[in-house]
Design a protein around this ligand. Structure first.
Ligand code: HEC
Length: 99
C-alpha cells in the first residue's frame, strides 16, 4: 500500500471515530424517552420538523451535541455524555448530515 493510500485510510478511520455513537441505539433511546413529544407540542406534526426547518438552530456537530445535552437534561433522561453520543449520531445520520 502506498503512503498516500495509508493516509487516506487513516483519515477515514479518524473521521468515523468522531461519530462514536450508534444511530440505531440512539433512535431507540430517543423513542423510549419520547423526545418527539415535546417537539410535537412546540411545532406540531410528528415533531421531526424541528430538526429540518429552515430556521433550525443547530449548525454544526458541537451545537448538535450541546442541544441534545440541553434537551436531555430538560427531560431528566439521566443519560451520560457517552449515551448522548448515540442520540447525536442518530440525529446526524437521519436529519443533519454534518461531516
Ligand atoms: C421539555 C421540552 C423538550 C423535550 C422533552 C425535548 N426537547 Fe429538544 N427542543 C426543545 C426546544 C424548546 C427546542 C428549541 C426550539 C427553538 O429554540 O426554536 C428544542 C430543540 C431541539 C434540537 C435542535 C433543533 C434545531 O433547531 O436544529 C434538537 C437536536 C433537540 N431538541 C433534541 C432533543 C432530544 C434528543 C430530546 C430527547 C432527549 C429532546 N430534544 C427533548 C424542547 C424539548
Amino acid at each position: 500500500m502506498t503512503a498516500k493510500k495509508l493516509f487516506v485510510l487513516a483519515a477515514c478511520l479518524i473521521g468515523t471515530a468522531a461519530w462514536a455513537g450508534d444511530p440505531a441505539i440512539g433512535e431507540k433511546m430517543a423513542t423510549e424517552k419520547d423526545c418527539a413529544g415535546c417537539h410535537q407540542r412546540l411545532i406540531g406534526g410528528d415533531g421531526s420538523k424541528i430538526y429540518t426547518r429552515s430556521e433550525r438552530k443547530v449548525k454544526n456537530k458541537g451545537q448538535l451535541a450541546a442541544q441534545v445535552s440541553f434537551c436531555s437534561s430538560q427531560l431528566k433522561t439521566g443519560w451520560f455524555p457517552e449515551d448522548e453520543e448515540h442520540v447525536v449520531a442518530w440525529l446526524n445520520h437521519r436529519y443533519y448530515n454534518f461531516k
